[in-house]
Design a protein around this ligand. Structure first.
Ligand code: NAG
Length: 237
């Protein structure tokens, strides 16, 4: 019995050590591709073992072109929400062949006056290309560079880069036409943290008195903003 416990403890320590570098960053590909098996199989394997290099791989002999393929970014996202915008993400959850390759793409749609509110992509830098309309975009540096705002108004054909981890926003200032952009990311799963949702729409809510002090706001305004964010629809498709 004691031997078994020691064995299990040793195994857990070994797994912890082995996974420390697996989880810290998008790893570089270790081979040409490591396509995900169907979700059900993956769940089954997850029970049996740990993730290695992101996800489990499909047998390379069984990989087909469809494992690298997605169709549908020609379809506009639904912008019928409070912010008048939508993100259609095409990441590793939709293209299994993206696994470990460190890229993903998304379509951004904006109704007239719509915006993607200040947010952070925790795992990737981003580069956007405007296809239609005009977008007022920007990002803010960290305290180290004095919270400097870098902003531009982009038109079709214009490209802007957003460094990883900085607060950024995209807004369609045009009140008459919609806007469309394509966004590429340096991660198979860039993630998104809308600042408002994280701060004012958490589950459970952060103490409104704490937020009132943090943001120099009246506590009733904080409660109002919390109600708005708590009932906001998710704009990521
Ligand atoms: C930030 O502000 C400090 C203090 O004023 C200054 O010394 C430093 O050069 C600034 N850095 C940048 C990147 O603006």
């Amino acid at each position: 019995m004691k031997g078994l416990v020691q064995f299990l403890v040793a195994k857990i320590i070994l797994l912890a050590l082995a996974s420390s570098f697996v989880y810290c960053y998008d790893p570089n590909p270790l081979q040409d591709y490591t396509v995900l098996p169907p979700t059900k199989l993956m769940e089954f394997m997850f029970v049996l073992a740990v993730f290695v290099n992101g996800k489990f791989c499909k047998d390379p002999k069984l990989v087909t072109a469809n494992d690298f393929y997605y169709s549908g970014l020609n379809i506009p996202g639904n912008t019928n929400n409070r912010l008048g915008a939508s993100i259609t993400n095409v990441d590793v959850s939709l293209i299994p062949g993206l696994n470990t390759l460190g890229v993903a793409i998304a379509r951004l749609d904006f109704a007239p006056g719509g915006q993607l509110s200040p947010h952070i992509h925790p795992r990737a830098s981003q580069i956007i290309l405007v296809l239609k309309g005009e977008l007022s975009v920007g990002f803010v540096s960290s305290n180290e560079y004095n919270y400097t705002l870098f902003s531009k108004v982009l038109y079709p054909g214009d490209v802007l880069v957003f460094p990883i981890g900085l607060v950024q926003f995209h807004a369609n200032n045009n009140k008459k036409t919609n806007a469309v952009a394509i966004s590429a990311y340096g991660s198979q799963n860039p993630g998104v943290i809308p600042v408002g949702n994280a701060v004012f729409g958490s589950n459970p809510l952060i103490d409104p008195k704490l937020l009132a002090k943090a943001f120099a706001l009246d506590v009733n305004i904080v409660r109002h903003v919390q109600r708005v964010f708590s009932s906001d629809a998710d704009i990521v498709n």
